[in-house]
Design a protein around this ligand. Sequence first.
Ligand code: SF4
Length: 206
Amino acid sequence: MSSLGEHIDKLVKKKVEDSGSGAGALIAAIRLLNRGIVRWALRVLTKEVEFNGERKPLMEWVLAKYAGESQCPTVAHFVAPFFEMGMKLATAWLHADEEPIKQLLSDPAIRRGIVTTLRGIALFGVTTPQKLPPAPPFFIVWNFTNACNLRCIHCYQNAGKPLPNELTLDEKLRVVKELDEAGVPAIALSGGEPTVHRDFWPVLAR
Ligand code: SF4
């Protein structure tokens, strides 16, 4: 393993020395992603794996491990070192710093968004705009409540008091669970003014 590590270090150094402009590196990265073998690997890496009753694409587990989380399935522990080597190469090639990337990947919504994009690349290659797989929406804006403590004259929501048929806390938590299980990367809570509702914090915590 140490000779492999040394080989990678040498390769990284050479790539840094050889690399020209950032645009050149980006074009090379796009070409690489469009290769059949890379797309096949992405298809394998985005297959779902279950761990502790939670089903997620393997790549999502690997990204979580790369970001510093230790709880992940065995197969992710096996794949992660190769991913880390790849990231080391890629960041050196693109003149990027790994630490901010790891911080970014500590957000599960960002991990899920990346994996959805990788699934799109696996299926369609790199496209402009990027085609995504048949999947749940990337981002959902949820009008969480009609309650609002303001009275803006431009309000199109006619917000003020909660509506009589708003969801109960249990129903809201179920919505979050179902959206999570469906693979939605991000939810924005809107309204009304969601922060004045007593269910805001329990839902946010979930
Ligand atoms: S919902 Fe938004 S726009 Fe409407 S009154 Fe409240 S803060 Fe103003």
